[in-house]
Design a protein around this ligand. Structure first.
Ligand code: DCP
Ligand code: MG
Length: 426
């Protein structure tokens, strides 16, 4: 072992700025600086060109001339009729109070003149892959957190410690901008939890450096909601106890938090408030499990909200199955997670004889797990997890990973899956 002192951990969180909208502006640079929102039904570029040809026949329109389409040809929000929500908005539109997840109608009231562009996931995924490849060329330890964000371990990367990580962050921003024309914001901190908060400090195009000694000045004044993992319900409950800021959260005894928020969530809240987070940056090579969970808008009851819960449960299973299939994994430990209205959580799992990535097989086994928990209390969160993953393509599993027809999960379960007890979610 070299006898150089251990380097302090420096973890970056990088998040692209107004991602979907920024990708659209690469196609339509004439819209730069204007309020633009992305949402509504998908419309293909081809359809738009056809419409353009019809309405503006004085010239020929081809897909390499998208930048020449006059601004007044684009639809504006006030003419939109229909439901649906906005996925994101340019910073020019955000000045009017418009933002992600807002209903189109509300957005139209706030900013009627905003231009409305349809979503094009293929295009966003293409740029997503590209910017992540660029990062990997510079810093090899990167965790993919979705279409527009990643964690990067700066600790051992050249420049990763200089100015707290600012030098490397600048290099990454420049590399992404030069290759794609897209901007991002980066937070660099001792761990993922703080880095995630820091990347928001100077959006768009910002770099924020947080050192351990900055906890009190930079983190504690923030509202608890800024902690990734404190949602609206938890925040509401914290506020009922007079806890608004992370600093106020930090001043509560760990035991008090455990008593009011449950053993694991309470302890986690305490650690989070003190800026403690040892989670490593996990590269894609070896996922142990894949899961999907959702926190409900309002707490749901297993019997009274049976239909709604059943639908959510099925969708979660389908999502996990799709995640597994897309990434090429199968797993045989199927688990569920519930959080009750009192914030206590429970998990149950069941192991199949053969690994699967089939939504119906996952749904059926997860349904068995549900029978082993208390369903008299209201639920605020439901999650489905598939663990003990192996690569679907491995020769050894090829036979096992084939799709298993519903109702035939494994012989061991065949009997119990037809149980007499009412199937609460079925
Ligand atoms: N998105 C979505 N629905 C949401 C939130 C986001 O479809 N409720 C999509 C659109 C965003 C992308 O995910 O462009 C990334 O989400 P972010 O929260 O990072 O938002 P932006 O990148 O758009 O803006 P910011 O600059 O605040 O990161
Ligand atoms: Mg973003």
């Amino acid at each position: 072992m070299p006898d150089t002192p251990a380097l302090p951990r420096r973890i970056a969180h990088l998040d692209m700025d107004a991602f979907y909208a920024s990708v659209e502006l690469l196609r339509y640079p004439q819209l730069k600086g204007l309020p633009v929102v992305i949402g509504g039904g998908r419309r293909r570029v081809d359809d738009m060109l056809a419409q353009l040809q019809q309405e503006r026949p004085e010239r020929e329109w081809t897909s390499d001339q998208l930048g020449e389409i006059p601004v007044d040809f684009f639809p504006v929000l006030k003419d939109y009729t229909g439901r649906g929500v906005i996925t994101t908005a340019t910073y020019a539109a955000r000045q009017f109070g418009v933002g992600s997840a807002m209903g189109m109608m509300k957005a139209a009231r706030l900013c009627p003149q905003a231009l409305l562009l349809p979503v094009d996931f293929d295009e966003y995924r293409k740029y997503s892959r590209q910017f992540k490849r660029l990062i990997l060329d510079i810093a090899p330890v990167m965790e993919d957190r979705g279409v527009d964000e990643v964690y990067i371990d700066f600790t051992h990367v050249p420049g990763g410690q200089r100015e707290g990580g600012r030098v490397l962050a600048r290099l990454i921003q420049k590399s992404i901008f030069d290759a794609t024309g897209l901007t991002c914001s980066i937070g660099v901190a001792p761990n993922k939890l703080i880095a995630k908060m820091a990347s928001e400090f100077n959006k768009p195009g910002g770099i924020s450096i947080v050192q351990p000694e900055d906890l009190q000045t930079l983190i504690w004044p923030l509202p608890c909601r800024k902690i990734n993992g404190v949602g609206p319900k938890a925040d509401e409950k914290l506020q009922q106890h007079g806890i608004r800021t992370i600093g106020e959260l930090a001043s509560r005894e760990r035991d008090w938090l455990v008593e009011h928020f449950g053993k694991s969530y309470g302890a986690w809240l305490h650690d989070a408030a003190w800026g403690r987070d040892e989670r490593p940056v996990v590269t894609e090579s070896a996922p142990v499990s894949m899961s999907r969970e959702t926190t409900f808008e309002r707490d749901l009851h297993a019997v009274r909200d049976k239909a709604e819960l059943g639908a959510v449960f099925t969708r979660l299973c389908e999502q996990v199955a799709a995640d597994l299939q897309r990434k090429g994994y199968v797993g045989k430990t199927i688990g569920i997670k519930l959080r009750y209205d009192n914030f206590k959580s429970v998990t149950r799992d069941q192991t199949l004889a053969h690994p699967t990535a089939d939504a119906q097989a996952i749904r059926q086994t997860a349904g068995q797990c549900l029978k082993r928990v208390d369903l008299t209390r209201r639920l605020r969160l439901l999650g489905v997890r598939v663990g003990a993953l192996v690569k679907a393509g491995d020769a050894a599993n090829r036979e096992e990973s084939r799709k298993i027809p519903p109702g035939a999960v494994t012989p061991a379960f065949a009997a119990s899956s037809r149980a007499e007890t009412p199937q609460l979610f079925d």
